[in-house]
Ligand binder design. Structure first.
Ligand code: SF4
Ligand code: SF4
Length: 251
């Protein structure tokens, strides 16, 4: 796995960053042995997120803290390697008994949330199955980019949004932008590598990944293992992936 420092938006600009991230994701798919590919992709994505967020301007302190979890009742859209990495984390880092209980909660949540549109998902006010009893994320180190990308300056706004009295929260923009600046190159590289790349609803997809020991191998072999969890492409314009490919091919 390459340990080169991740690309930085403030040095390369957004286009240069997209080109370099896409090249690195393509290289991870081409150069890593199959068993290391998911880990290499998510390691690069998370390192790039962390490094770039550390350098982003922060106009005021964020309100996010352990135990604050109103945002954990919103939909989490994750790429296949993020889901597979999380499933691997649960298999490798969580003892069998708690893992079985957690898997049961994920499966139950996945069944309850499958097929809901965004409005119905929000109206369910259902918290993520991975949220611990202490209202802290039980998989914090392995949480997807979508979770890393949500930060706010006012927790009371997040609470009001959860309770339905505030239609929208103004989130801190930098992490949202960094998240998309990483996910688009990742999805473009997956698509170029003939792998399933669409965003999936986390609990629905994670239930599949936990139920199938061969999920990672099947995805690497080209199977769209999370087809039943796929979200409509309303979070971004899929033509953006064409633009990313064109940027890289021209550079
Ligand atoms: S985004 Fe809002 S709900 Fe989530 S941790 Fe930050 S302040 Fe709390
Ligand atoms: S994975 Fe963790 S951070 Fe993300 S929604 Fe679930 S509990 Fe919250």
């Amino acid at each position: 796995m390459s340990e080169a420092p991740p690309p930085l938006v403030d040095r390369l600009g957004l286009q240069g960053f997209a080109i370099e991230m896409t090249r690195r994701f393509r290289a991870a798919l081409a150069d890593e042995p199959p068993a290391g590919r998911v880990r290499a992709l998510t390691h690069l994505a998370n390192a790039a997120f962390r490094e770039n967020l550390d350098r982003a301007p922060r106009p005021q302190p964020v309100a996010c803290a352990k135990g604050c979890a109103w945002c954990c009742a919103t939909r989490v859209a994750a790429t296949p390697p993020e889901v597979l990495s999380l499933a691997r984390h649960l298999r490798e880092r969580v003892d069998p008994a708690p893992r079985a209980a957690l898997a049961a909660r994920v499966v139950e949540a996945g069944a309850g949330l499958a097929g809901l549109d965004d409005a119905a998902r929000a109206a369910s006010r259902r918290f993520c199955a991975l949220l611990g009893v202490d209202s802290a994320c039980s998989v914090y180190a392995a949480r997807p980019l979508a979770c890393r990308g949500v930060m706010a300056f006012d927790a009371s706004a997040c609470k009001a949004n959860h309770e339905g009295s505030l239609p929208e929260v103004t989130y801190y923009g930098a992490p949202l932008q960094i998240r998309m600046a990483i996910q688009l190159p990742l999805m473009a590289a997956l698509r170029r590598g003939s792998l399933a790349w669409r965003l999936a609803d986390l609990p629905v997809a994670l239930a599949v990944a936990l139920a199938r020991d061969d999920a990672e191998a099947a995805w690497l072999a080209g199977e769209d293992v999370f087809a039943a969890a796929a979200l409509p492409d309303t979070r971004f314009d899929p033509r953006q992936l064409d633009s990313v490919d064109a940027l890289v091919d021209r550079a």
